[in-house]
Design a protein around this ligand. Structure first.
Ligand code: GLP
Length: 246
C-alpha cells in the first residue's frame, strides 16, 4: 500500500518526512533506520538534527544502515556517502557511530564487500524504516534500470545519466566513480516500512511512472507498489502528474 503525503515545497516536504522518521523513533527508540543520500533528504536530516537539539529526539538507541556507497571512495573523501552521512547527521546527533553502517567502498573484492554488508544488515535484525530518494531514471539506492530486479547487495556500474546527475557534486564528471555498492531490491523490500522523499518538477514524470505505471525492473522504484507499507512524501512540483490520482 502506498500513502502519498503532498507538501507545498521542499521545506514542508522535509518537515513531513522528518515527522515520519520521528514517529518511528519515538514509538521504537531501538529502531534500525535505513538511510539514504542524494540532495533530496538533506532537509529531512536538518529537521531531525533540529529536533534532536530541541531535546525532542534521541538517537542513542538507533542503528543505521545506508543504502549505498561509491566503490573506491574512502570515508575521508568528501564525496563518499559515509562522509555525507557524518556531515549531515551522525556528527550532529547522539547516535553511537559503532551502530552506523555504510557499505565499505574501499573493499576491492565486490563479492566480499556485498556479502559482508548483507551480514551486517541481517545482524541488525532487519530495517524498520527505510528512507529512499528517487533517481530520474527510477533508480532507488543505486539499483539502475535493468532486465531483472537485482536481489541483494551488489556492485553496479552506474548509468551514464546517473554519473551526469551526480557530477554536480564533484570537481568534474571524470571524478565521479563509475561503480558503487548498493543494497539490492530484495534488501530494500525487506524493510518493514519505506519512506520515499521526492522534490521538484524534474521528478514529476518518474513519480508518475514509478507509482502508477507498470511494475518493471526498467523502473526500479515501481517495485515499491508491491510493498505493504510505503509512504511517499513529495512536493507539489514532484506530484504534478499524479495530483488528480491521489
Ligand atoms: C543518487 C543516490 C540515490 C538518490 C538519487 C537521487 O544517485 N544513489 O540514493 O536517491 O541519486 O538523488 P537526488 O535526491 O540528489 O535527486
Amino acid at each position: 500500500m502506498i500513502r502519498f503525503i503532498c507538501a507545498k515545497d521542499y521545506d514542508e516536504m522535509s518537515r513531513k518526512a522528518a515527522n515520519v522518521i520521528s514517529a518511528q523513533m519515538v514509538m521504537k527508540p531501538e529502531s534500525v533506520l535505513g538511510l539514504a543520500t542524494g540532495s533530496t533528504p538533506i532537509g529531512t536530516y536538518a529537521c531531525l538534527v533540529e529536533r534532536y537539539k530541541q531535546g525532542d529526539l534521541d538517537f542513542s538507541g538507533i542503528t543505521s544502515v545506508n543504502l549505498d556507497e561509491y566503490k573506491g571512495l574512502p570515508h575521508e573523501n568528501d564525496q563518499s556517502y559515509y562522509y555525507f552521512m557524518n556531515d549531515n547527521l551522525f556528527s550532529k546527533v547522539n547516535i553511537d557511530l559503532n551502530n552506523t553502517y555504510v557499505p565499505d567502498g574501499t573493499i576491492e573484492d565486490a563479492a566480499e564487500a556485498c556479502e559482508k554488508y548483507e551480514e551486517i544488515i541481517a545482524a541488525t535484525g532487519g530495517v524498520d524504516l527505510q528512507l529512499l530518494g528517487l533517481g530520474h531514471n527510477g533508480h532507488i539506492g543505486f539499483n539502475e534500470p535493468a532486465e531483472v530486479f537485482p536481489k541483494e547487495t551488489h556492485c553496479v556500474t552506474l548509468a551514464q545519466s546517473t554519473i551526469e546527475a551526480n557530477a554536480r557534486f564533484f570537481a568534474s564528471k571524470e571524478e565521479v566513480p563509475t561503480q558503487a555498492y548498493t543494497m539490492g531490491i530484495q534488501t530494500i523490500m525487506n524493510a518493514k516500512k519505506i519512506l520515499l522523499v521526492v522534490s521538484g518538477a524534474d521528478k514529476a514524470d518518474i513519480v508518475y511512472k514509478a507509482f502508477f505505471g507498470d511494475v518493471t525492473p526498467l523502473v526500479p522504484a515501481s517495485v515499491l507498489q508491491l510493498h505493504q507499507d510505503v509512504t511517499v512524501v513529495g512536493d507539489e512540483a514532484a506530484f504534478a502528474k499524479i495530483a488528480e490520482l491521489i
